[in-house]
Ligand binder design. Sequence first.
Ligand code: HEM
Length: 124
Amino acid sequence: TRPGTIYEAIGGFDTIDKIVTEFYKRVGNHPTLTPIFPDDLTWTAQKQSWFLTQFFGGPQLYNENRGHPMLRRRHLPFEITPERKDAWLECMDAALEEAEIEEPYRTAIFEKLTMTAHHMMNTP
Ligand code: HEM
């Protein structure tokens, strides 16, 4: 683990795992989001753990397992409206709270994810 990364500062693998678990618990119960997600979120959560690990400076697990992220392209099959973007971020905000991510990391993480979430919208 590279020192000085957000990944390292928040506690590495265990913390990413906690965030992802809490996040998909909420996604799986959010009426705005469930129509576009699979019923079984196990594989979705695995991919997201790989992605967030590398996004926050940890090992390049997503690239190793899935190749280049091309996240906007991978989201094109799903209708991502402004309402779904807000719902996604709401679930993430609650997950960061539940995982007790402290400042300044919490704000840094949320800002990075907010920018990416905006980029995923593909449906008015
Ligand atoms: C996959 C929805 C934003 C990262 C998916 C899938 C859906 C989805 C329906 C397919 C599930 C699956 O492949 O198992 C959304 C919605 C978003 C959003 C509604 C709202 C803006 C984001 C953001 C990120 C992200 C901001 C990254 C920070 C991923 C990753 C995958 C994924 C890594 C798996 C891609 C793969 O198949 O390798 N998302 N997403 N998503 N999403 Fe999102």
